[in-house]
Design a protein around this ligand. Structure first.
Ligand SMILES: C[S@@+](CC[C@H](N)C(=O)[O-])C[C@H]1O[C@@H](n2cnc3c(N)ncnc32)[C@H](O)[C@@H]1O
Length: 273
């Protein structure tokens, strides 16, 4: 334990103590309290080597969520690996807004670019009557999402393809949600932290990061019931551009919402009747 914490601290990992406990606990199948109480007990040679290996990968930057194979989102323990984006806490705002906009009666919703399935699985957990659909261009990501749904015993229809083309030409939806790639390919953040290890196709979009947001805004207009809602997550500085996109496509009641850090993070628009 002590050696793991020191190695991570030396590599500049901020929460070195916590991450060392998580990694050791993961390998020894122990919870955090047991690791604190017994983590420095004598380990077998194999266990010590396996822990050193995990710690070395983390020190080299590999995301803790991929090493643990899990990330919590909306209190759901989701399996994650290199095939999908690691769900971010700020994406919970998209779930909150979608729940606000879902009709009280039976409704149909789709999550475009579902990745691990985080958003649509959170929605169907809250609304078990929801007819839930999820799509992604990546067969690998869809396999992770379907596995998460199976483990959580939640029902979602999965489709592979580009945005709404995956489910063309029907049906219509009450709610379309998406957290698409929105990072400019030249953004220096791509060279830092977890982003270095996540699928590039989950992160970057052309046209300064706006290309996929624009495609979805265009496609969704014809696939929403009158009065239905499109809700998009976007970059912290893209609120104004996304409001403009939605207004240009004829959506009404266009508004952005701020994440807990105070950044405009989700923009929504209502389909005219
Ligand atoms: C930012 S990730 C979001 C993943 C997940 N929804 C989340 O919030 O954690 C974007 C997702 O869009 C998918 N994607 C990228 N281009 C796509 C396209 N043209 N059509 C459909 N999905 C696409 C990626 O495979 C990735 O899973």
């Amino acid at each position: 334990m002590t050696e793991a914490r020191q190695r991570l601290a030396l590599a500049g990992i901020e929460s070195a103590g916590l991450e060392a406990r998580l990694l050791v606990g993961h390998l020894l199948c122990m919870d955090s309290a047991s690791v604190i109480a017994h983590g420095d007990r004598a380990l077998s040679v194999e266990q010590a080597a396996a822990i050193r290996n995990l710690v070395a990968q983390r020190a080299a930057g590999r995301p803790i969520a991929y090493l643990l194979g899990q990330r919590e989102f909306w209190s759901l323990p989701l399996r994650v690996d290199e095939r999908c984006l690691i769900p971010r806490p700020e994406t919970e705002l998209l779930v909150e807004r979608a729940l606000e906009r879902l009709p009280a009666q039976r409704a149909r919703a789709i999550d475009l670019g579902t990745g691990s399935g985080a958003i649509i699985l959170a929605l169907v957990t809250e609304r078990p009557q929801l007819e839930a659909w999820g799509s992604d261009a990546s067969a690998d990501a869809l396999a992770v999402a379907a596995d998460n749904a199976r483990r959580l015993d939640l029902s979602v229809h999965w489709f592979r393809g580009r945005w709404l083309e995956a489910v063309a030409p029907r049906p219509l939806f009450d709610i379309i949600v998406s957290n698409p790639p929105y990072v400019d390919p030249s953004d220096p953040h791509l060279q830092h932290g977890d982003l270095r290890f996540e699928p590039r196709t989950a992160l970057v979009a052309g046209d300064g990061g706006l290309a996929d947001l624009a495609t979805i805004a265009g496609q969704a207009r014809a696939r929403l019931y009158p009065g239905g809602w499109l809700l998009l997550e976007h970059g912290y500085d893209q609120g104004c551009a996304v409001r403009t996109l939605l207004t240009q496509h004829g959506y009404l009641k266009v508004a952005s919402h701020r994440d807990p850090a105070g950044h405009e993070r989700v923009t929504e628009g209502n389909c005219p009747g």
